[in-house]
Design a protein around this ligand. Sequence first.
Ligand code: ZN
Length: 510
Amino acid sequence: MTTTAYERLVAKLKRVHYLGTVAGLLGWDEQVNLPPDSADQRAEQLALLAELQHAAAADPEIGTLLAELAPASAVEAKSNTMGYTFPQDADRGVVVREARRDYERVVKLPASFVTEKARHSSAAYHAWAAAKEHSDFSAFAPFLQKHLDLARQEAAFLGWGDRAYDYAIDKHDPGLTAAKLTELFGELQVGLVPLVGAIAASSVRAKAGVFKNFPVHAQRDFLREVTEKLGFNYRRGRIDVSLHPFCEGSGADIRMTTRFDADNPLDSLFSSIHETGHGLYEQGLPLAAQGTPLGQNAGMGVHESQSRLWENQVSRSPAFWRFFEPRFRQKFPAQLAAVSSADLYLAVNEVAPTLIRVDSDEVHYNLHILLRFELERRLFSGELSVADLPAAWNALSEKLLGLTPTSDRVGVLQDVHWSGGAFGYFPSYCLGNMIAAQLWFTVRKVYPELDADFEKGDFSRLLGWLRTHIHEQGRRYEALELVRRVTGEELTPKYLLRYLQERYAPLYLQ
Ligand code: ZN
């Protein structure tokens, strides 16, 4: 029996994918289990796997097979036109189109450039950590400048010319551009400012210090019950503890992590639910297509929409708490004895500005992203120099959040992303919030009974809808096209604004 060119291509793609999953597992293990003196050995293992994976992804036979399956010019022309389907076999068309996108990204970058960027990222990470510790941006500035230069070079290698920031955005969310984000974020900002101002002027405040001494084992039991009810399949995944929560893996093996604090049970609960949203997406990608683009996620923005929808729209809702509050109290009767239902619900939906993005509530969160997007855009256009970045950060922070950082540590140095050269990544968070809200209003039109489901602890109808419309699509559509098809409308911030208004006005503005 002879194998066809398509089958040979798929076999090659699976090889790349499975090497990636091994590296992912080693990375997970590094965060969760690694003995303190084993880091050097792990670094060697990961470097070897990265080399093997790169070689597999750059295999010239992939190029030959792609050329055979679809001539370059035809694929390029079609890949820019969303909604295109290959008449004979739509699935194969998607796999070839996306495999070609990946292949070009790999082969157009010289090996020397890849090595230089990896080496610089490692050095820049350590420089950032030290600069953050001493709250001294100037020590990190040359590393950031070099990352910007590398990002421009990378865009040039890939044929994006002087649109380096668009390239950085497209890397995380194919099809999105700085111009499109400027339009979406601008509209969002106009709607957010009055809501933020009104909440700031409100006398309603969540009570501080109401949560004390929640035993970790009971927290673990409770979040297991919650995440299982939401639909996470623990026969194809697990949850462990790490310093920073994350979700790793795909297909039949998803590794999530969380962290515990006896005096902050909601942090652990909500970060676990967030990672569960990521995990549900990965578990819902079609297993039969694993290793091909049809078995892969549609980019960071869509991924984040899944985590945010479960974390915010679902799990901060009154219906969710009507089911889970009695269970929460059963687990922690003494700790919650003096906490009223109203106080508990207000704590779940606490709104208060903070300098730190990762500590932010969902009303202010998008402002943190708007700030970073604006600064990245100005850095790439040349309007802003690296040396002037801290001052620009502080000014925007004052303008958007009403707070001026007292040091670089809680300002421009707070996030790890730029130390790895990950420009264009922050917008995905805000994009995810907008997509989540738009999906939320769409699915509630389809199933008006979702609240009644949640009150019974049944989330299967919502999950089923997400499975069909988002998860099972893999990389068939770019984010904007996916949203258009599923919701019948262009992506717009108006649903996020409406959701925030409907959730927070009754709590803070009555
Ligand atoms: Zn996330």
